[in-house]
Design a protein around this ligand. Structure first.
Ligand SMILES: Nc1ncnc2c1ncn2[C@@H]1O[C@H](COP(=O)(O)OP(=O)(O)OP(=O)(O)O)[C@@H](O)[C@H]1O
Ligand SMILES: O=c1[nH]c(=O)c2[nH+]cn([C@@H]3O[C@H](COP(=O)(O)O)[C@@H](O)[C@H]3O)c2[nH]1
Ligand SMILES: NC(=O)CC[C@H](N)C(=O)O
Ligand SMILES: [Mg+2]
Length: 519
């Protein structure tokens, strides 16, 4: 699906962990952008006809044979180009400069000396001043290509910022996209507005219109089903599609037996109350749990769930007389964590069921109108569409559901124990008025039994781990700092009320190094 936009910035991804933040900053500056992996950058360039290009960082080294490059068409196009870190390095390597490995590596906080005024710094940094930036590199540029001049230096990088104002090419060794470069967002804004001359009038309202247009174009008069979980992503995807193609759309909610307590019926009730959309509830619990029993490898569990989801969607489509398209609420973080770019080891962390977990062959084409967005952006779009607050504010819930919160094998009995503990935990969170302060909270049932004493008798039961995180976009997260009173209260209730759990622990791992879910 392509969102056509007159003022688009193309971000070429070489596998940096923070590429998505470049996209955020550009959109925050009111300019639409899309990220394309370097392997398909040329195709994306032709498809999007962008007005400016940004080259991301990378774990690769330009010094290595076979390391990725920006397609030549970018430099032939005459468009403004900003290279960030590896992006600067490859730009220099490609245009006649030189990059070398260095023993003065810079990771984290560094200081940039402004050697010359330049449009990138306009209104932000003046010549002769010094500013904090964030670096993460080992290689460095040792000679700049003809036409460039140096505009900023740091201890480890003599060419920490370079500019060829004639051709509108800029390169920075530091990362303007991260918050640890406090003025970084302003530099990116200068690039898209002052240098590339883009208007900055892009908003979520515009996105809504463009997405609806793009769905209409993709779907034509085909029949569409939407995988609806009741989460904010799929709800927004369903509403957009409904606005686009009306009654060509049927929504399907799969109760895979891995939902939270009463969730399936609540979602159906909530949707029927607010919307006049055909919604089918499929009971597939036996099928999912049957296939998962005895499987304890997290990736295999995820792939099994992905496969079954599609099988169910295909069967339901058949019952409806066939469907050509499947709408999913896939977001950018689902994509980035599931995809591994060869050449730039942006590695597979986990296969999100709706991306890496999908079977190779599927009868329907995917419609994923939110594939470029982050959760907080989807919430803004949801508001734009008039989605009730009760949907917008819901904590995310992963498609594979409780299965990935039961590390090891899944059984009906374990799921039941976990479901009860999770419901109590969330109830306590709501009662304490903490639901909206927390980004996501849930219980995990560990495959470990411990000894306890209850009512003077010995118990030997499971351990329940509680998780709660704060986050903006799910890409990074910190554990939520509860007061101990709260944790004690929740733990006591869980142990007293749920048979099968005799111990509760709290997970204090941030992301990274952990992930939010346990599998
Ligand atoms: N039980 C389900 N039935 C039908 N589709 C589902 C189900 N669970 C997940 N999906 C599909 O998988 C997609 C990804 O799930 P994910 O949990 O990331 O998003 P969500 O449920 O829409 O939102 P949230 O992240 O807020 O829970 C959903 O957008 C939806 O299309
Ligand atoms: O729909 C989904 N399908 C999946 O397979 C999946 N795995 C993780 N998540 C959710 O994504 C966010 C980040 O999770 P992690 O830090 O565990 O990767 C968190 O909000 C997770 O709940 C998933 N959502
Ligand atoms: N963050 C980056 O883009 C790093 C580029 C390259 N890998 C280096 O170490 O210099
Ligand atoms: Mg969900």
């Amino acid at each position: 699906m392509t969102i056509s936009n007159p003022d688009t910035v193309l971000i070429i991804d070489f596998g940096s962990q923070v590429t998505q933040l470049i996209a955020r900053r550009v959109r925050e500056a009111g300019v639409y952008c899309e990220i394309a992996p370097f392997q398909s950058a040329e195709e994306a360039f032709k498809r999007l006809t962008p007005k400016a290009v940004i080259l991301s960082g990378s774990p690769a080294s330009t010094v290595d044979i076979g390391s990725p490059r920006a397609p030549q068409v970018i430099f032939d196009s005459g468009l403004p180009v900003l290279g960030i870190c590896y992006g600067e390095q490859t730009m220099c390597a490609q245009l006649g400069g030189k990059v070398e490995g260095s023993d003065h590596r810079e990771f984290g906080r560094a200081f940039l000396e402004i050697e010359n005024d330049c449009p990138l710094f306009e209104g932000v940094w003046a010549k002769g001043t010094r500013h904090q930036v964030w670096m993460s590199h080992g290689d460095r540029v040792t000679a700049i290509p003809p036409g460039f001049r140096v505009v900023g230096t740091s201890t480890g990088a003599p060419f920490a910022a370079i500019a060829d104002e004639e051709r509108k090419y800029y390169g920075v060794q530091f990362h303007p996209e991260v918050v640890h470069t406090p003025d970084g967002a302003k530099l990116l804004s200068n690039f898209v507005h002052k240098i590339a001359g883009l208007s900055g009038d892009w908003t979520m309202a515009a996105y809504r219109e463009q997405a609806i247009e793009a769905i209409r174009k993709q779907v034509g008069d085909g029949k569409v089903i939407c995988a609806l979980s009741g989460g904010v992503d799929s709800s927004v995807a369903a509403l957009l599609t409904h606005e686009a193609v009306g009654d060509q759309l049927t929504c399907i909610l799969v109760d895979h037996g891995l939902m939270r307590k009463n969730e399936a019926s609540e979602v159906v009730a909530m949707f029927r109350e607010h919307y006049n959309l055909p919604l089918i509830l499929v009971d597939a619990a036996d099928r999912f749990i049957g296939a998962l029993e005895g499987e304890s490898d997290p990736e295999k569990k995820r792939k099994t769930i992905g496969r079954l989801f599609i099988e169910v969607f295909e069967e339901e489509a058949k019952k409806l007389g066939g469907a050509d398209f499947l709408v999913q609420g896939t977001l950018y973080p689902d994509v980035i964590e599931s995809v591994s770019f060869t050449g730039g080891p942006s590695v597979t962390i986990k296969s999100h069921h709706n991306v890496g977990g999908l079977p190779e062959r599927m009868n329907m084409s995917l419609v994923e109108p939110l594939r470029e967005l982050f959760k907080d952006e989807v919430r803004v779009l949801g508001k734009e569409l008039g989605l009730p607050g009760s949907f917008i504010g819901r904590h995310p819930f992963p498609g594979p559901g409780l299965a990935i919160r039961c590390p090891g094998g899944v059984t009906r009995e374990k799921l039941e124990i976990l479901r009860s503990a999770d419901a109590i935990y969330l109830d306590e969170i709501r009662k304490a008025g903490l639901y909206d302060a927390i980004w996501q909270a849930f219980a995990v049932l560990l495959p470990v039994q411990t000894v306890g004493v209850m009512g003077d008798g010995r118990t030997y039961e499971f351990v329940c781990a509680l998780r709660a995180v704060t986050s903006v976009d799910g890409m990074t997260a910190d554990f939520y700092h509860y007061d101990m009173e709260f944790l004690g209260r929740a733990a006591t209730r869980i142990i007293n009320e749920v048979k099968g759990i005799n111990r509760v622990v709290y997970d204090v791992t941030s992301k990274p190094p952990g992930t939010i879910e346990w599998e």
